[in-house]
Design a protein around this ligand. Sequence first.
Ligand SMILES: [Zn+2]
Ligand SMILES: [Zn+2]
Length: 391
Amino acid sequence: MKMKAAVMESVGGPLQVQEVELDNPKVNEVLVKIEATSICHSDLNAFNDPTTPTPTILGHEGAGIVQEIGPHVKNVKVGDRVALNWVPYCGKCEYCTSGDFHLCEEAFGPMFNGTLLDGTTRLTRNGKRMYHHSLLSTFAEYTVVPEMSCVKLPDEMPLAQASLIGCGVATGYGAAINAAQVRPGTSVAVFGIGGVGINAIQGARIAGAQKIIACDVKKANLEMAKQFGATHTIQVGEENVEEALKSLTGGLGVHYAIDCSGNTKATESAWNGVRKKGVVVVVGAFHASMIVNLPAGGFHRVGKILKGSFYGDTQPFRDFVNIANLYLEGRYKLDELILSRIQLEDINRVFDSFQDHTCANVGRSLIEFKSQVLTPPKDVSETWKVNSYYA
Ligand SMILES: [Zn+2]
Ligand SMILES: [Zn+2]
């Protein structure tokens, strides 16, 4: 079939909206009509990454409606409303059979090669092959994805909000719920209040944490954190973070710290700011050359745990549905994460806005495949209006 897509011809773009060809789904694959897709900073990373196979269609946060299923597909049927998961899994390797789907051994080769799981692509333009991105390529009207990327959501779940779930939302929520396993009545520090950190705050709130302490250099981000459940804020660079964490917790330190910053100094502050037996979860990605310096003296006496978490240790078929149900019950904020709603043709404006590092990078711009451009939601804060390019 022919469809409209934002094509990245070569690394660094710009993206060009063009007509491309999409093949039918093969075994264990699903054709999805994309209703909404949000734009993530990871798309910008792929946009600038010289190893990204091109030409390609970026986009890995999306939701839509199942249009057609390939042979042997069992999990979804035509008409199902699905959120897409960019970490599909084989279901057969040692990690998958242990329930650690996010650590699957098989999915990442095809992901880096720009193919689907069988090593081939369904995308062509003028007869020449194009590459997939994260096995999803959601900046397009339709996509063919692995069955395991399709998570069926409740029928009443709006697809605009559903499109947010599959990346930053699940990663942050999962960091608190799955990786840290935050207990009710405890204290949690979240470092780095961006698209992931704001959802770690929401996860901590859902888990029943008593004190949720947002730590960031940007005051605007800290203000937003309060709207999502932070009970306290610490402005990094202006305050001594470790002392502030201790003074907020009777001198002991927090029970949990979730580091979404990608900054090793934050990891070190997190380690020093948790109490004995405290848990530090590192979600933010570091460059390979970075080193984390932790004090070795007393290490054996404090019983602390430092763990990495990829994708919030998410089990998509459980966690996506839980998040959707929390949203439908009014307990999880997704509407407030939508900065602006645009058409595919406006995508380069969002990529351009990512270059402004002073922007309060919480929330998402959303592409919707509808005839009219929608306006931003009314209940966004003044800060968001200032930082959205609708300002
Ligand atoms: Zn993402
Ligand atoms: Zn596997």
